[in-house]
Design a protein around this ligand. Structure first.
Ligand code: PLP
Length: 425
């Protein structure tokens, strides 16, 4: 439908007929009944549409997939059990042993580990480039066997803004698609497909779910990439496991998602539960309201903390002096999200003490839900590293990641100030 995005958050994906449930029903069934062998056979030949086993599709996840595809401006989407599963399948759908990928280095730690360590064990190499690199450096990262470029629109935790148009241009000059992880800004604040991205992935466990209740991931295809360069035989040549079917012929613009579902979801199986799909749909209903509030709260707090000399530095793209300010204005004109990265003056010990003095903000290995939380990587996820190793890994010892919730900003700020007072008394 041609609705504005706030309306689509609420209305897309599910339209009940007369007398049916108003809200997307939870279809908690693994299987679906058919009356004839022919009807079931047509599904297995991918000649008819329908559900037959929840690993491959389910009416509840189908509704939320349609909603997210619409929000991102894509042609089709597939939900996965987690964000990691979405990133993994998006790459494996077009990449085999012996292939190579290019990725921006400012990435969520789990994704970096997946590309650097786990995919290399499967025979897939990755070259990492600084997201701020010039076009020539990016160009030099490509090889004959490169299959895709990957980056985060707003990176976790460093809040680097990807120059989507630059990365898309280089990807397309090398006849490969650009895959972007749009978890932090969500489609409310950034729509990467409009800037040339071909595939979008999400950890829906973050703002999309929004309440820290359900893990999930999503892959969305723009339908814009032409797979016929000869480099993607999995999409353009007959698939023997489906009677010689050719995905681009059978599914046209939706070939990428069709293959991800019928090959990778079939064989690896990271499917979402219908209940988690339902919870995600509920979260999406209020996504645009929440994103506006997360962002305005974070901006208020970032502007205040900028003036506090107990804060050594602060990264938030909408601050005038932030190195990503111009890119943020271009790609996220209505704001980024609620995450702030900042350094507590005094280093590792002071940062650790600061987080322990917080009362409203909880110490949690999470970001992007309605409740304010904080993580000091040097005393949690990265605690085994010394200061030098932390700096090499791009995580400063004094850095805390502050995820601003939707509480009253005055209360969040008062909590931060009292924790700073105690840490520096
Ligand atoms: N991508 C980003 C940007 C993330 O922040 C995360 C998790 O924090 C992931 C992917 C992985 O998502 P999940 O935890 O849902 O597997």
């Amino acid at each position: 439908m041609d609705w504005n995005i706030d309306t689509r958050c609420v209305q897309e994906g599910y339209s009940p007929k007369s007398g049916e449930a108003r809200v997307v029903p939870i279809c908690q069934s693994t299987t679906f009944r058919y009356e004839t062998a022919e009807a079931m056979g047509a599904l297995f030949d991918l000649e008819a549409e329908g559900f037959f086993y929840t690993r491959l599709g389910n009416p509840t996840s189908d509704a939320v997939e349609k909603k997210v595809a619409s929000l991102e401006g894509g042609v089709a989407a597939m939900m996965t059990s987690s964000g990691m599963a979405a990133s993994l399948l998006s790459v494996l759908n077009i990449t085999n042993a012996g292939d190579h990928i290019v990725s921006a280095s400012a990435l969520y730690g789990g994704t970096f580990n997946l590309f650097k360590n786990t995919l290399s064990k499967l025979g897939i190499d990755a070259t990492f480039v600084d997201p701020d690199c010039d076009e020539e450096t990016l160009k030099n990262a490509f090889r004959e066997n490169t299959t895709c470029v990957f980056g985060e629109t707003l990176s976790n935790p460093s809040l680097a803004v990807l120059d989507i148009e630059l990365f898309a241009r280089q990807a397309h000059e090398h006849h490969v698609p650009l895959i972007v992880d749009n978890t932090f800004p969500t489609p409310i604040h950034c729509q990467p497909i409009k800037h040339g991205a071909d595939i979008v992935v999400h950890s829906t466990s973050k703002y999309m779910d929004g309440h820290a209740v359900s893990l999930g991931g999503m892959i969305i295809d723009s339908g814009n990439f032409d797979w016929h360069s000869g480099n993607y035989p999995g999409l353009t040549e007959p698939d023997e496991s489906y009677h010689g079917l050719v995905y681009t012929e059978q599914f046209g613009k939706a070939a990428f998602i069709a293959r991800a579902r019928t090959q990778l979801m079939r064989d690896f199986g990271p499917a979402p539960s219908p209940f988690n799909a339902f919870l995600l749909d509920l979260g999406l209903d209020t996504l645009s309201l929440r994103m506006a509030k997360h962002f305005s709260n974070a901006l208020t707090i970032a502007k205040e903390l900028e003036k506090d000399d107990r804060i050594a530095w602060i990264s938030f793209p909408e601050l005038e002096g932030d190195r990503y300010h111009e890119l943020a204005k271009k790609y996220m004109p209505d704001g980024s999200c609620g995450v702030i990265a900042m350094g507590i003056r005094g280093g590792r010990e002071k940062a650790s003490a600061f987080q322990s003095h917080l009362k409203l903000a909880a110490i949690a290995t999470h970001v992007a839900d309605v409740r304010t939380c904080i993580l000091h990587p040097a005393s949690a996820t990265h605690r085994q590293m010394n200061d030098q190793q932390l700096i090499e890994a791009g995580v400063k010892p004094e850095m805390v990641r502050f995820s601003v919730g939707i509480e009253d900003p005055a209360d969040i700020l008062a909590d931060i100030k009292q924790a700073l007072d105690k840490s520096f008394s």
